[in-house]
Design a protein around this ligand. Structure first.
Ligand SMILES: [Zn+2]
Length: 160
């Protein structure tokens, strides 16, 4: 796991500001979760975060604490919550940027599409009477694994 000190410093001061304005407690758990979130690459589930937390954190954080903390981070714009009909897909958003995501309609897999030309195009989009804060594009389709399963299932149907 890569440790991004600069990113965490930035995230930490934004969280402190958020908590102070709302008069919420600055618990060490919240900062510990934030530190691990800053190390997550790509989109992650609560399970994946919990796994990383176990490796990284000196204390145990319950799943409900993780869930509530992530919801709070989403409100603080420190993470993006991807609402795709499947609960709990998050992504670190300490440095907001345009993003495009591939979404499999069969297994629910979501991953980033890292095509610089698409990201640049999305970053430049302007809309009338609307201020775009963060462009996120979802491309729905079929992942390779599911496509192979469908082909195999169709072959079985034909032969039986
Ligand atoms: Zn799939």
């Amino acid at each position: 796991m890569e440790y991004k000190e600069d990113l965490y410093q930035k995230a930490q001061s934004r969280l402190t500001e958020y908590l102070e304005i709302r008069r919420k407690r600055k618990t060490p758990e919240r900062y510990e979760v934030l530190k691990v979130v800053c190390q997550m690459k790509d989109i992650f589930t609560i399970d994946q975060l919990a796994e990383q937390m176990q490796e990284a954190a000196p204390f145990c954080v319950s799943r409900s604490t993780l869930f509530n903390t992530l919801e709070m981070f989403a409100e603080a714009k420190l993470v993006i919550k991807h609402n795709l009909g499947r609960a709990g897909l998050y992504e670190c958003n300490v440095e907001p940027q345009a993003r495009a995501c591939l979404v499999c309609e069969y297994c629910g897999m979501v991953r980033r599409l890292d095509k610089i030309e698409v990201i640049e195009y999305l970053s430049g989009i302007k809309a009338r009477l609307f201020s775009v804060r963060q462009p996120v594009l979802y491309l729905h389709g079929t992942c390779r694994k599911c496509a192979m399963l469908i082909i195999r299932a169709n072959r079985k149907k034909k032969t039986s």
